[in-house]
Write a protein that binds this ligand. Structure first.
Ligand code: ACO
Ligand code: KIV
Length: 547
């Protein structure tokens, strides 16, 4: 790999840069470019119906500025905008943005497409980078500036006959490959034509058409531009990052710290090559800092579904905030910490979300808790217990966690597979609840006095019938003593817990009993509508498991 053929991106000379000590305190103005930059990069561009469905999704999510296409590029693009207008699909508070090159015939066609739009943003661009000036246009700086200026003049002229409200956006395309002072010069030349004011601002979009530097250099460029452009209060500085280096999110966040006001991007970062900046990623980053993102991501699975179907792209399972594995823990120590964190959160009065390994509450995105902990050979006892409790309501005592998780781990080690909650529960059932013999309870009676409890029970052992009885300080203690006396003197009582499994008149109790046999702890579980019977069944279950 010959790295010597690449040159390093130069730093920006910026004295007293301020962005490193700023903090983000509000969401930027958002503009979705899914239907244009996202669409133009798809192997199979969206059909008109798919674009309509996507447009409706963007509106539902709260976008107020939507770049709907490049209507002068093709009939499909043109007709899509016409459909939005003719079918009255554009809410009054949504601005429809279109893109055009700064070329006369394309500008004219764009205005035809915009006929009837109430609130329009006409976005025009030409490439200004040193490289494109040299190899694509073969024009001088002044000639390239003239492309922008003449486009601006035509747009200004044409808007005189436009019936709706109109705003303008200019992009010195390939800004990241353009000298800063030249980008400022060309933008100011456009401003001289458009004549923006603080109440009628021009959007100056500074695209990272190709991401070429580290995010801090990008931030320096934006801060320099914001500080040096004339009439700063008459322009909106917009960012449009691509993700060539995989740092579009960082570049945009630092660009906002550096003074930008607006962000163009796409859902899940669809777009040319490695994509545009991902607005879901950015918006959720705001949300998780306690800042209103001004976009609604709450139905994330629906957003993923519509996006994937319309674009034929996929959302990776590790995709920030949205992937289907991003709120899931397989590994034991993570599961243990999440389980404890959720318990602490549920028992706390604080509104603040603080759970280890879960930077947000997945239910905010309508993700269900059952998905958080999944079981494979990397999982630990806390995770297995979490699944049983969350999916089936069984609160295994902590002392029982190692026993059952070892049973599960043997299976995961052997199969190498993930185990579903259903499989874990059926293993729990067969290991404890369906244990039937060799000891079986046939009948029992309890007599309680103020001093002690007497229990008499009839058991079946294989084909034999056994009568046992004894005293204790309660029914469980009495039954245990009876078992010890008649069946096995080797056992010691270790652990007991119970809880109700269901609520209401037909509620059931579940009891867990651990007993020590020759230094080993063995658990049994019993269920019954009577807590005494559930406990006796649990003890017999443990005894049967010893056998
Ligand atoms: C970074 C971005 O994402 S920018 C958006 C890019 N999106 C798209 O291009 C999608 C839609 N584009 C298209 O359908 C077509 O490219 C069109 C309709 C815009 C133009 O079509 P055509 O003119 O037939 O083809 P093409 O794009 O190859 O034109 C290139 C010519 O336009 C010139 N050109 C390119 N951009 C501009 C501009 N902003 N202003 C003036 N001239 C330009 C080129 O120098 C070249 O000139 P040449 O023919 O003298 O060599
Ligand atoms: C037209 C511009 C904004 C663009 O898409 C880019 O530079 O990436």
């Amino acid at each position: 790999m010959d790295y010597t053929k690449y040159k390093q991106y130069p730093p920006v000379k910026l004295d007293n840069r301020e962005w490193p000590s700023k903090k983000l305190d509000r969401a930027p103005l958002w503009c979705s470019v899914d239907l244009r930059d996202g669409n133009q990069s798809l192997p199979i561009p969206m059909s008109i119906n798919e674009k309509v469905e996507f447009f409706n999704l963007l509106v539902e999510m709260g976008f107020k500025e939507i770049e709907v296409g490049f209507p002068s590029a093709s009939e499909t693009e043109f007709n899509f905008l016409r459909k939005l207008v003719d079918d009255n699909l554009i809410p009054d508070d949504v601005h429809i943005q279109i893109l055009t090159q700064s070329r006369d015939h394309l500008i004219k066609r764009s205005f035809e497409a915009l006929e009837g739009v109430k609130n329009a943003i006409v976005h025009f661009y030409n490439s200004t980078s040193t490289l494109q000036r040299k190899v694509v246009f073969k024009k001088s700086k002044d000639e390239i500036k003239e492309i922008a200026v003449s486009g601006a003049k035509l747009i200004k002229e044409m808007s005189k006959n436009f019936s709706g409200n109109i705003r303008y956006e200019y992009s010195p395309e390939s800004f990241t490959g353009t000298e800063l002072d030249y980008a400022k010069d060309i933008c100011e030349a456009v401003m001289d034509v458009i004549k923006p004011t603080p109440t009628n601002k021009l959007i100056l979009n500074l695209p990272g058409t190709v991401e070429m530097s580290t995010a801090n250099v990008h931030a320096d460029q934006i801060e320099w531009f914001c500080k040096n452009i004339k009439d700063r209060d008459s322009v909106i500085i917009s960012l449009h990052a691509h993700n060539d280096r995989g740092t579009a999110t960082a570049a945009t966040e630092l660009g906002l710290l550096a003074g930008a006001d607006r962000v163009e991007g796409t859902l899940f970062g669809n777009g040319e090559r490695t994509g545009n900046v991902d607005i879901i990623n950015l918006g959720m980053n705001f949300y998780t800092q306690g800042i209103d993102p001004k976009l609604d991501f709450s139905n994330i699975d629906k957003i993923v579904e519509i996006y994937s179907r319309c674009t034929r792209m996929t959302v990776g399972p590790r995709h920030p905030w949205a992937g289907n594995l991003v709120y899931t823990a397989f590994s034991g120590s993570h599961q243990d910490a999440i389980k404890k964190g959720l318990e602490a959160h549920n028992n706390s009065d604080s509104h603040i979300w603080e759970v280890p390994y879960l930077p947000i509450d997945p239910s905010d995105l309508n993700r269900v808790y059952e998905e958080i902990i999944r079981i494979n050979s990397q999982s630990g006892k806390g995770g297995v217990a979490f699944v049983l409790e969350n999916s089936y309501g069984y609160k295994l005592p902590k002392s029982m966690h190692p026993e059952f998780s070892q049973i599960i781990q043997k299976i995961t080690d052997k199969t190498g597979n993930e185990l579903s909650p259903e499989y874990i529960f059926s293993t729990f059932n067969s290991e404890y609840l369906e244990v039937d013999g060799p000891y079986r309870l046939l009948d029992y009676t309890i007599n309680t006095s103020s001093l002690e409890t007497k229990i008499s029970a009839k058991l079946e052992y294989k084909t034999d019938k056994i009568d046992i009885s004894s005293f204790g300080n309660g029914p469980i203690d009495a039954f245990f003593n009876a078992v010890k006396k008649v069946i096995s003197s080797d056992i010691k009582f270790h652990d007991y817990s119970e809880h109700s499994l269901t609520e209401g008149a037909d509620s059931k109790a579940v009891a867990y009993i651990g007993m020590e046999v020759k230094g080993q702890i063995i658990f049994g579980v019993g269920i019954d509508s009577s807590i005494n019977t559930a406990s006796i069944k649990a003890l017999l279950c443990a005894l049967n498991r010893v056998e």
